[in-house]
Design a binder for this molecule. Structure first.
Ligand code: SAH
Length: 363
């Protein structure tokens, strides 16, 4: 790519996102089709190809006249994304790098397990939050993704795999609640029965703890799941690794989580990164068990994924297990992620970082 956009913490001007089929709810797609003086049923045909038959190109849409396919291919892209490369890991995890219309790169990950295919999507190019263990934070924020650039990841993944995605996690690059409206619009499209048709309960939004976003989510009628990247049980440690904690300290974050649970009745997942000697200590495990008392939740312990150049280490397995057992003894539901994709750098932001360094300068 040519000289990349300067990294800034402020939101740069809105990029020019082309309208795409994957970014529209049925009424918007119908309006687009009618405005092009085409019959309304073409909208239904189009969305069936895009969302049910996993078409990757207009050529595949054999019940559309050839001239119409050529016209649509020029005027109305299926998604605003182009596949740059994929990386396969031995353990059923595949990582995808996409180029956006303005040249920026984003990543998505597909994780297969028996009976489910989970897509991990990005919500921003880069991230402003600068968590000290995360590759995305190293690059700063470039810009928010448009709804079509989020739903486009799912459409592209389905069309590449020719397989339906069953679960979505907003755990790729970016902070979803820093792009709240576009993320919720993408959820509406992915959830809609005439679009991707993925159940809201199969969609998880993960946040580093932006309290206003948690409170706003309470008012959303869709039953999406909420995951909180807690990562430390005391302000002292959390301030050190997540600058956002200075804005929304643990007590305020937990208050918002309690309100979310009281008002929605839904379970919460807490993500907790295991950094050797920092977050993976007996004191933090005890403090975490105390902090979560009375909240219906699951803790996902995530052993640190190595990011080159960062000073952290993954704790030895016995230390990871001891942390898990402290939680279990305190009757906190917890799992230790024997996570997939470590060999292909599937942690948030890693692939993009490596590719920014290795892509030819004119790409
Ligand atoms: N910004 C959102 C979602 C994206 S990150 C959030 O913070 O929740 C998805 C998850 O990966 C987060 O829990 C994040 O903290 C974690 N993560 C980032 N870098 C990591 C690393 N090097 N090793 C393990 N987990 C990491």
């Amino acid at each position: 790519m040519s000289a990349t956009a300067p990294i800034t913490l402020e939101m740069p001007k809105k990029p020019n996102i082309p309208t795409a089929v994957c970014g529209m709810l049925p009424p918007a797609l119908e309006a687009e089709i009618l405005a092009a003086k085409l019959p309304k049923f073409r909208a239904k045909q189009l969305s069936e190809w895009v969302w049910d038959k996993f078409a990757g190109a207009y050529d595949e849409m054999t019940n559309l006249p050839k001239e119409l396919r050529v016209l649509l291919a020029e005027e109305l892209p299926i998604t605003p994304l182009a596949l740059v490369k994929t990386t396969q890991s031995g353990d059923d995890t595949r990582k995808f790098l996409f180029r956006l219309a303005d040249g920026n790169l984003i990543e998505s990950v597909l994780i297969s397990a028996p009976g489910r295919l989970t897509a991990c999507v990005s919500s921003q190019v880069g991230c402003a939050l600068a968590c000290s263990f995360c590759a995305s934070g190293l690059q700063g924020l470039v810009r928010n993704l448009a709804p079509s650039e989020i739903t486009g990841q799912i459409q592209m993944l389905q069309s590449i795999q020719k397989e339906r995605i069953s679960n979505i996690v907003y755990m790729g690059m970016g902070e979803p609640f820093a792009n709240f409206d576009n993320v919720l619009e993408s959820v509406a499209i992915l959830n809609h029965s005439k679009c991707a048709g993925i159940g809201a309960r199969k969609i998880t939004i993960s946040t580093s703890g932006l309290v206003p976003g948690i409170l706003k989510l309470i008012r959303d009628p869709r039953q999406v799941r909420l995951s909180i990247s807690l990562h430390a049980a005391t302000d002292e440690i959390r301030n050190r690794i997540m600058p956002i904690n200075q804005r929304y300290p643990i007590a305020e974050l937990m208050r918002a989580c309690r309100k979310y649970q009281a008002d929605t009745g839904r379970m919460i997942t807490f993500e907790y990164i295991l950094l050797d000697g920092i977050t993976c200590t007996q004191e933090q495990a005890d403090a975490l068990a105390r902090l979560l008392r009375g909240i219906r939740c699951t803790v996902n312990l995530i052993p640190y994924n190595t990011v080159e150049g960062l000073p952290y280490r993954r704790p030895p397995l016995p230390a990871q297990k001891s942390f898990l057992h402290t939680l279990m003894d305190a009757r906190v539901r917890a799992t230790l992620r024997m996570e997939k994709g470590h060999d292909i750098s599937a942690a948030c932001g890693q692939l993009r970082l490596q590719n920014l360094e290795s892509l030819p300068s004119d790409s």
